[in-house]
Design a protein around this ligand. Structure first.
Ligand code: GLN
Length: 439
């Protein structure tokens, strides 16, 4: 109940909740009584699920996403949905149809995106809340770092996407954010594992993420390609302090070359792939099947109706991505763009896997700077904004897990350390973060 009061206050002041709907749950389990919230793109039965878009206004799913079903079966209590960039398109949570969340650390600054509301809600309350986010190219790491909370993006396939409004199916991952690392571990344990509704979810045993073990003498690689990114001074200082801390804990820190982790290559390959898949995914929003509807009788034919509804209801960034993605998939261009990006991704996966033959973990800053102010964010062009994802798109393309760990402040704003693990290596990320965060 206390927590609900926080949510209400926050709703007025910070706008990080898209909707508040408390759903009592008397089931018992490992998460009994724990409040949870989900990113708006994740379906909750009977609760408007708009993925931050006007075009889905009024859409109330008739089923729960697999993760929601699993959380409720473990006794967790649904408290509402969090704000996000429209369909996940953004790095600042400023492309939202229903209000723009502000950073609880400084309300003149953004929360990060696209799971901005998901991270901000954790930072805004001192209660332990489990927040379910989604990342395609950094949307958990980014807001986790900007809000000073833990954010775990699992291995692709670890958590089923059943009931997620897709952005880019071959990249989308549902993950967990919280100010409590224990809750991240417990939450991940509950939501992980094969679901028959998602053919890409992996039939693998789920480790006991919440069982503590202390990692000993790890070899941590710092990819030189990520070190070349222009970093703000506080981010650089805190990153160096984190590396020293790892060394003091008895781990080795070394530089490693992973040529395709080059930010320019990754940003380009990621955006080609993501917008291509997004442009096909959005085709289903035509003003007939889900959410917003117009009056087809007012138009000459279906195409005109379809264009009208989409013209009215989709935001500018969504339109930009539909145009870019459709172009990249056109006969004649397909091989130069989508297929090429897919080849880069395949090779990147090989190079990253090779690095993990030698290194237990990789480390990099989570974001190049602290959360920008709304003015700063507004002054950035689309390509400048895309470049902010320099540190996060590579690991996402490779499908490996990442954990953003709060590692200090600069100008009163939090910064994050990004620990990157091999495929299925979430347990080691959690154990290392626990060791780093202990006194
Ligand atoms: N900023 C990236 C994009 O706009 C990442 C978004 C995401 O992970 N959903 O595509």
């Amino acid at each position: 109940v206390d927590f609900e009061d926080d949510l209400r206050a926050g709703d007025d002041e910070l706008d990080y909740m898209r909707s508040i709907s408390f759903r009592p749950n008397d089931r018992s389990g490992s998460l009994e009584g724990i409040p949870f919230v989900v990113k708006d793109a994740i379906c909750v039965e009977g609760v408007e699920t708009s993925a931050g878009s006007e075009i889905l206004e009024g859409y109330k799913p008739v089923f729960n996403a697999a993760v929601v079903e699993r959380l409720e079966s473990s006794g967790a209590v649904f408290h509402g949905k969090t704000q996000q960039d429209e369909f996940g398109f953004g790095s600042f949570c400023t492309n939202c149809a229903h209000g723009t969340p502000r950073n609880p650390h400084d309300t003149s600054r953004v929360t990060g995106g696209s799971s901005g509301g998901a991270a901000a809600v954790c930072a805004a309350t001192d209660k332990d809340v489990l927040s379910i986010g989604e990342s395609t190219g950094g949307s958990i790491t980014n807001p986790a770092a900007y809000n000073g909370v833990f954010g775990l993006t699992p291995t692709y396939g670890r958590v089923p996407r059943t009931g997620l409004v897709s952005y880019s199916n071959s990249l989308d991952k549902i993950g967990v954010l919280s100010s409590s690392l224990d809750l991240v571990a417990q939450g991940l344990e509950v939501v992980s594992g094969k679901d028959s509704g998602d053919q890409t979810s992996a039939d693998r045993q789920v480790p006991e993420f919440s069982r503590e073990s202390v990692p000993e003498s790890l070899t941590v690689g710092v990819p030189t390609q990520l070190e070349q990114v222009d970093l703000e001074q506080p981010v650089r200082n805190n990153f160096e302090a984190s590396l020293s801390r790892l060394e003091n804990l008895g781990h080795d820190v070394e530089r490693v070359d992973i040529p395709l982790l080059d930010p320019d290559v990754c940003v380009a390959a990621y955006y080609v792939m993501a917008v291509s898949e997004a442009s096909t995914n959005l085709a289903r929003f035509c003003g007939m099947r889900y959410g917003a509807e117009g009056n087809p009788g007012d138009h000459d034919d279906f195409n005109e109706y379809f264009s009208h509804v989409r013209g009215e209801k989709l935001g500018n960034e969504a339109k930009r991505r539909i145009i870019l993605g459709t172009y990249a998939r056109m006969a004649g261009y397909r091989d130069d763009f989508y297929v090429r990006a897919a080849k880069v991704r395949r090779k990147l996966i090989d190079q990253v896997e090779e690095a993990f033959d030698r290194y237990d973990l990789l480390a990099a800053p989570s974001m190049p700077g602290v959360a920008p102010t709304f003015e700063e964010a507004q002054d950035m062009s689309a390509s400048e904004t895309y470049a902010m994802d320099a540190l996060t798109v590579g690991p996402n393309l490779a499908g490996v897990p990442q954990l953003s760990v709060p590692n200090g402040e600069g100008d009163g704003m939090p910064t994050g350390l990004q620990l990157i693990g091999p495929h299925w290596g979430e347990k080691l990320l959690i154990d290392t973060a626990r060791q780093l965060s202990s006194e």
